[in-house]
Design a protein around this ligand. Structure first.
Ligand code: APR
Length: 228
C-alpha cells in the first residue's frame, strides 16, 4: 500500500512546541507577515532572526512523542511506499526515528547562506550574524520557507500524491497552501483519505476524520494499518 502522510504543528504540540493557530499559538504573539516573509526580513532582520533563534532554542529542549515514533515504525514496514511530508520545521520526526522526511517548509536547525547558496546544519543563533562556514560572508538566514516563497520537494510530493492509495493528514489546520490542496489531489487520483486531528472541522474533505491527541490517534492508526 502506497501512503502519503502530511503532518502539521499539531503532531509536535504534545512535545511542547507551540502550534500557530490554536489559542496561545505562535500567530497570537506575532503577525506572520512581520516575522515569516522576505519583506519582513529585509525590513527588520533582527526581529525575524530572533523569532527563529527562540524557536530553535525551544526545539533543542523538546523531545519526539509517541506520534513521531509511530510514524517511524510505519516507515520501517512500508519503506519507500511511505512518503512523510511535514509542514513542520522541527526535527522531531527525525529524532523519533524517521529517515526520509520531506520538509516542505524547510528546517529550523539549518542555515542558508544567501551569498554562496550553501545550507548548513545550525543549532546556534543567527541574530549575531555569524560568518558562513563555507564562504565567510555574514549572510546566513534561517533555512525556512516564508510566505510567498516556493516550498521544497513539491515535484516529488505531487507525484507521490498522484500515486498513493491512502493520504493521511495529521495535526494540521489545512489553511495554508499548497499543503491544503493535497487532499484534493489524493481524492482526484482515487486515494482513500484520513484526517487525524485534535479537533477536526465538522465539515471535512476527508473520507474519515478521527478526533483526539496525536499521541493516541497516530499509534492506534499505525497499529491498525500494520495489522491489516
Ligand atoms: N494532536 C493532534 N492535533 C492537534 C493537537 C494534538 N495534540 N494540538 C493541536 N492540533 C491540531 C489543531 O486542531 C490544528 O488543526 O493541529 C492543528 C494546528 O494548526 P496550525 O496551528 O494552523 O498549524 P499548521 O496547520 O501546521 O500550520 C500550517 O501555517 O503558519 C504556517 O508555515 C506555517 O507550517 C505552518 C502552516
Amino acid at each position: 500500500m502506497r501512503v502519503v502522510v502530511l503532518t502539521g504543528a499539531g503532531i509536535s504540540a504534545e512535545s511542547g512546541l507551540r502550534t500557530f493557530r490554536d489559542s496561545g499559538g505562535l500567530w497570537e504573539g506575532h503577525d506572520p507577515m512581520q516575522v515569516a516573509t522576505h519583506e519582513a526580513y529585509d525590513a527588520d532582520p533582527d526581529l525575524v532572526q530572533r523569532f527563529y533563534d527562540e524557536r530553535r532554542a525551544a526545539l533543542l529542549r523538546a523531545e519526539p512523542n509517541a506520534a513521531h515514533v509511530a510514524l517511524a515504525r510505519l516507515e520501517e514496514h512500508l519503506g519507500d511506499d511511505l512518503h512523510l511530508v511535514t509542514q513542520n520545521i522541527d526535527d522531531l520526526h527525525e529524532r523519533g526515528g524517521s529517515r526520509q522526511v520531506h520538509h516542505m517548509h524547510g528546517r529550523l536547525r539549518a542555515a542558508w547562506c544567501v551569498a554562496c547558496d550553501r545550507r548548513h546544519d545550525w543549532d546556534g543563533t543567527l541574530v549575531d550574524r555569524p560568518a558562513c562556514p563555507a564562504c565567510g560572508v555574514r549572510a546566513l538566514r534561517p533555512d525556512v520557507v516564508w510566505f510567498g516563497e516556493v516550498p521544497y520537494d513539491m515535484e516529488t510530493v505531487q507525484q507521490a500524491l498522484f500515486d498513493c492509495d491512502l493520504f493521511v493528514s495529521i495535526g494540521t489546520s489545512g489553511l495554508v497552501y499548497p499543503a491544503a490542496a493535497f487532499v484534493h489531489f489524493a481524492i482526484g487520483n482515487g486515494a482513500d483519505t484520513l484526517e487525524l486531528d485534535l479537533d477536526p472541522p465538522r465539515v471535512s474533505d476527508f473520507a474519515t476524520s478521527i478526533a483526539g491527541p496525536a499521541t493516541q490517534t497516530v499509534p492506534r492508526w499505525v497499529d491498525s494499518l500494520l495489522s491489516d
